[in-house]
Write a protein that binds this ligand. Structure first.
Ligand SMILES: Nc1ncnc2c1ncn2[C@@H]1O[C@H](COP(=O)(O)OP(=O)(O)OP(=O)(O)O)[C@@H](O)[C@H]1O
Length: 258
């Protein structure tokens, strides 16, 4: 692996300055300054409880910052609600599934497309194959490799396909920045590779991806840069070769293999 400390891309799409989040008397995020570059694949790693999901929740607006600023292309979005951030192009998946198990693959994606297009969430009306929400949903489920499973109930899908569908659902909102919180969590060993391929292809289509991930072999394979969160602080953020060689990062993992 080559070690180069100057990232190729430097235009920021999302930035945080002095970002802090306090809850229940604890400071969980403790002054994070982070520039996420336009078009990059940034992985966020760190020990359990370090604050990775909290950071994603702050970026997506699920949590409100206690202090500091979040900007998107220079514009302050710190106070915006999640739905307003989605409209500006920040999409996210969650660690736990957010699918409607009784609906089909297409129906799940179509609901997201309908909502993104500003329509009502119509669960009763039979979808037409050629309306905009349906064609958008079909395009997105095809993009993640589920085109031939459109009419399958979600409950019958293997876990890896459910995770692909969650990505397709976020894609229906046309995100510029995709925040993925542990996309491979709970996925069987055989399903991990195809799922990572989908994540890589989604990034390859010009989107910025920020991914929380524990599996280092994946992180090292896909990332342009790696951000290391430790005890609510940003310990390092650099290209993979620099991060894995960083003594402070190794100490944070108590000598575990990186
Ligand atoms: N809503 C909340 N209220 C109180 N404490 C919280 C809340 N959300 C997170 N925490 C605490 O903040 C810390 C960081 O949690 P977070 O989920 O961000 O860590 P993480 O790095 O994503 O961990 P993991 O890798 O285990 O998912 C943990 O100690 C957690 O218990």
């Amino acid at each position: 692996m080559t070690i180069e400390s100057v990232p190729a891309r430097s235009t920021s799409v999302l930035s945080t300055e002095g970002l802090r989040w306090r809850v229940g008397g604890f400071e969980i995020i403790r002054g994070i300054d982070l520039d996420i570059h336009d078009g990059e694949f940034l992985s966020v790693i760190g020990p359990n409880g370090a604050g990775k999901s909290s950071l994603i929740n702050l970026l997506s607006g699920v949590h409100t910052a206690s202090d500091g600023r979040i900007t998107m292309h220079g514009e302050d979005i710190t106070g915006l609600r999640p739905a307003d951030r989605t409209r500006r192009g920040i999409g996210r998946t969650f660690q736990t599934s957010s699918l409607f198990p009784g609906l089909t693959v297409l129906e799940n994606a179509r609901l997201a497309a309908q909502a993104a297009l500003g329509g009502s969430l119509d669960l009763v009306r039979r979808p037409k194959r050629n309306d905009l929400a349906t064609t958008t949903a079909l395009d997105r489920i095809t993009e993640v490799g589920l085109g031939d499973r459109a009419d399958q109930p979600v409950t019958d899908l293997p876990h890896g396909d459910k995770r692909k569908l969650e990505i397709a659902i976020v894609l229906c909102t046309e995100p510029k920045v995709l925040l993925l919180d542990e996309p491979t969590a709970g996925v069987s060993a055989e399903e991990v590779g195809p799922l990572v391929d989908v994540v890589r292809e989604v990034h390859g289509r010009g989107r910025t991806v920020v991914m929380v991930e524990h599996r280092m072999e994946i992180v090292l394979d896909v990332s342009d840069r790696i951000a290391v969160v430790h005890r609510g602080e940003l310990l390092a953020c650099d290209v993979p070769g620099v991060v894995v060689a960083d003594e402070r990062v190794r100490d944070a993992y108590l000598g575990a293999e990186l």
